[in-house]
Structures are given as structure tokens and as C-alpha cells.
Design a protein around this ligand. Sequence first.
Ligand SMILES: [Zn+2]
Length: 439
Amino acid sequence: MPETELTMTLTKVDEANPAERPALPCDGRTLTGQCRLCGEVLRHGFVDLGMSPPCESYRTAEQLDQMEAFYPLRVYVCERCLLVQLEAYVQPEAIFSEYAYFSSFSDTWLRHASAYVDMISARLGLNAHSRVVEVASNDGYLLQYFLPRGIPVLGIEPAANVARAAVEKGVPTRVEFFGEAAARRLRAEDIEADLIVGNNVLAQVPNLRDFMKGLKILLRPQGVITLEFPHLARLVEEHQLDTIYHEHFSYFSMLSVNRCFELHGLKIFDVEELPTHGGSLRVYGAHAEDNSKPVGRCVTELVDRETRKGMGQLQYYSGFETKARRTKHELLEFLIRAKREGKSIAGYGAPGKGNTLLNYCGIRTDFLDYTVDRNPYKQGRFLPGTHIPIYHPDRIRETRPDYVLILPWNLKDEIVNQLSYIRSWGGRFVVPIPEATVI
Ligand SMILES: [Zn+2]
């Protein structure tokens, strides 16, 4: 379908006239088979990664003999707005209320956050009279860098255990899910944002429209929203099938995120392409009616580039299943060959993405003796589904494996650097994506 036709078939959300909205229940989580952005029935598959447990549900030793929940990892693309999406099989409360992911355990991510704070404070001229709100603020990994500058901040984070860590850093944090109701509560307390930050949250909200309405309400008239999320073009081109997991409900292109903003009275006026998480976009949003921020050339250029790739048409999305299978077959071929040669293989990292990959490929302790992670929460536990044990990184030095399979491949350079000592016994690194490669 040509891009112009797509735009025309979309109905703008009309707040004054609810009858004109597409038929959607008010709670997006109860949807089955409808696009979470435009309400169209989902008929076209993008990829089916089979059954997988929620990727952050690390198991304790006692839980290994108990029943474990698996949910489908079946992704669709909406034929009307082309949003690639996963149904909300797992309730967000189950995923996010006791979350094992602490952003501050990655040095690369901390440096990224600190550089962002330097850049954005200067670009927007933030000062003691400004207000920065971060949605899904995690353990305060980012907002902490505003504190020495005297810029008032507020974090909003649904996982109580992670929010506690933020408060201990001196970052004021509220434990709740962000959306229209939360934004209205803040406005009732006279809290408005000059800057709303959302890193890796847009993909993770099941009720996308409620989230976008919240942004619109909380943003000051001249305020700026920056959101970062993995870029769908990179996922497709680099076979990043493991960025698909139950916590990631939506997978955005520039085309679909633009549409998402437009439908909610907002616009994207600038965009940057970032290397984080295997290739992300950082979009800069403002109120649609904010004339002080004209839409920049970067935005139109990226929209054009995606259109030329064919991302405005359904056919683009139909080839991904084959790519995912090829990645699986090549990884298994490598692992089988290595085991036949009597080699030992350990994992590095226990990230969410690793669990998708290992479950999809059926890799258990028959291939991977164990994995390690710097996060003490995960040490002593087992990966969901595959039950591969997780140890402290020192274990690698003790057991001297022939291969170390890097599961968080987006942090490959950092990990190869940290673990360069494995070369002393002839150890090699393996990166699974887009195809198994030994380095
Ligand atoms: Zn749609």
C-alpha cells in the first residue's frame, strides 16, 4: 500500500468525539488480535518464535522442579498502520512489579546516560527552574546525572525494588505505571515537564495510546519529549530476533512512530540514530501546535529512506521468519560442531534477549555449561525455560571454557575487553547474531 493511502485510512483520535475513535476497549491489555495503535484486526504474521517463558523470570533452585509458564512469542504486523507488535500475553504487573533489570550494571549504558544529560541540558538550556520527568526511570541510572546540575527531576517507575535503588541515590521516584491517569495526577499537583525522557519504554507499554495521552498531558507547551527505542529496520536487517520478548510489545520504525505521535496531537521534529541496543532511534517530540520547533530534515530523510526500503509496504515484513530460522540453524550448527570436537562453551550475560534466543533455539546445558552475570540478583539463579545456571563472572577464569557465547551482543566490545584474559588459554568469543561468528 503506498504511504499516502496509509495515512489517509487512519482516523485521527478525536478527544471531543469518542464515537469517531476506532473500536477499542479502554484497557489495551484486554485486547486480543487488534492493533494497539489503530485498532485494526491483526491478520499478518511477522515471526513466530514459539513458546517462551517471560524473559526476566529467573528461577531459583527450588523452582526448578515446579511448573513454569510459557507464552507464545508470536509477532504480527498491522496491515493498516504497519506497527509490528506482540499481543500482551503476559500481564505487565507480572512483568514489571519485581523487575530484575538494573540499568546501572552496564558501564556502556551509564556512559550513554551521562552523555545524554550533558547534551540535552545544554540543548534545552535546562536549569533550576526546569523540570525533567523520566518515565520508566529504573534505578535512577540517568536522572542521577541531573542532580549535580541542580535541575529538578522526578522518576516514574513501576518496579518497586528498582525504584528503591533510585531513591537511595537521591532521585525522587514514584512507584507507578505511567499513562493518562498518572499524568493527570501530576498535573493536579502543578507538575509539568520541560523534558520528558523515555528510554526503552515506548516498546514496553501494552497500552500505547494511554501512554501517549499521558505524554501529551504532562508536557509543557514548549516542552520536549525524547524517546529511545530499538529501530525496527536494524532488527529486520541484522536478524535481531532476540530483541523480541514478552516485555517488548511494539517494534517501531520511523514511519510507525511518526504516525503514533501524530495520532496523539504530537509531532517528531528531530531524530538521531544511536548504536545502543543494536541500533536505536532517539526521537525528539513536541506538541503538534508548537511552532517554535519545525520538523527537521533528519526526520524527512529517515522517513524517505524507510519508504525506499519498502517499510511502508506489507511485503517488507514477510521475509523475517526466514531470517530468524537461518540465524537459529547457523548457531545450532556451530554449537553441534563445537560439542563434537569436545569443546566447552560458557555463556556471558543473562539478559532478557538471551532467553529468547536460547529458548527459540532449544539450547540448554547440553550446549552451554553455564552463564555468568555481574548482577548479584541473577547469580545463583537459573535462566527461565532453559534452566542454565547463572554464576559470578569469576567462574569463567576458574573453568577456562574454549568458547564464551556473548548473549548481550549489543555490549560485545565492552565484554570482549573485560574478558580479554580468556585468550591466555586459547578461549574465543562467539557472537550469535546475525549469524554465529567466532572472534
Ligand atoms: Zn495498526
